[in-house]
Ligand binder design. Structure first.
Ligand SMILES: Nc1ncnc2c1ncn2[C@@H]1O[C@H](COP(=O)(O)OP(=O)(O)O)[C@@H](O)[C@H]1O
Ligand SMILES: [Mg+2]
Length: 247
């Protein structure tokens, strides 16, 4: 589903990613852990093709196709969706309008998909559909708004940048459920099509979402791979200090 090959990325002329290799198979969910400033957001932004994240070496492949030079909207149309760590607010565009736009692309492929109103209701967002996109939304509302847009888009590769940050405990379970829906976790493993890359700082989301593989990203390089829960336990006990030496 996703292959990242020797990826080097610069932001504002500063090298951030220094040779990342990552392979995510169909139906797999991977978790990225790492200290602040390690480059997790940069990696997701570069996979999505955001313009400030300049690829200086290496490539990104989606379903076998080299997408390294495609714009973010072209990548979204191919089936890549992203939840931003800090989603932008857009004045003059209603949440309903953006959801209809992304859903209209999807409806061609999924005629039996649930209605936009139904998805909004599940995420406690029914009263927010006619608000301007993310404008004045609380931390929890922002994350639910992002999740709502992703469920409308139904991407095959889902990139989630700290989906639980700013979300109160009541709503974390809701976000976890939505992620399981997005990733088709209710289907049999062989029938799952969507893949995910989840950045998590707190690890809370791992209580609701089963991940297959974990990676620790430090200073622009992957220091370690392993079972996501093992990695998280190790980090909780010892911090990232011990990973530094592996890097
Ligand atoms: N727009 C930007 N301008 C300058 N530096 C940036 C920008 N975005 C990220 N960086 C730098 O890139 C490094 C990695 O950041 P980031 O990818 O956000 O890490 P993480 O998500 O792991 O906390 C940090 O040193 C950060 O300051
Ligand atoms: Mg980040």
């Amino acid at each position: 589903m996703l292959v990242v090959e020797d990826l080097h990325v610069e932001v504002e002329g500063k090298p951030i990613l220094k040779g990342i290799d990552l392979e995510v198979g169909a139906g797999e969910t991977h978790v990225l852990l790492g200290p602040n400033g390690g480059g997790k957001t940069t990696l997701l932004m570069a996979i999505m093709g955001m313009p400030r994240y300049r690829v200086t070496r290496g490539a990104v492949y989606f379903k076998g196709k080299d997408i390294t030079s495609l714009t973010p909207d072209a990548r979204a149309r191919l089936g890549i969706g992203m939840m931003f760590q800090k989603p932008p607010a857009v004045r003059g565009v209603k949440l309903r309008e953006i959801a209809q736009t992304v859903a209209s692309v999807r409806e061609v492929a999924h005629p039996s998909a649930p209605s936009l109103e139904g998805i909004a209701e599940r995420l406690n967002l029914s009263g927010h559909l006619d608000r301007e996109l993310n404008y004045g939304f609380s931390g929890g509302e922002l994350k639910r708004s992002e999740m709502f847009q992703l469920l409308c888009q139904a991407p095959e590769l889902v990139l989630l940048d700290e989906p639980e940050s700013g979300v109160d405990l009541d709503n974390i379970a809701l976000i976890g459920e939505a992620i399981n829906d997005l990733l088709g976790k209710r289907e049999k493993i062989k029938e799952r099509k969507a893949s995910g890359v989840i950045v998590t700082h707190t690890g809370h989301i791992l209580r609701y979402v089963n991940a297959d593989k974990g990676h620790i990203l430090i200073d622009g390089k992957i220091a370690c791979h392993g079972n996501p829960r093992d990695l998280f336990e190790e980090v909780q006990k010892h911090g990232y200090g011990r990973c530094q030496s592996c890097r």
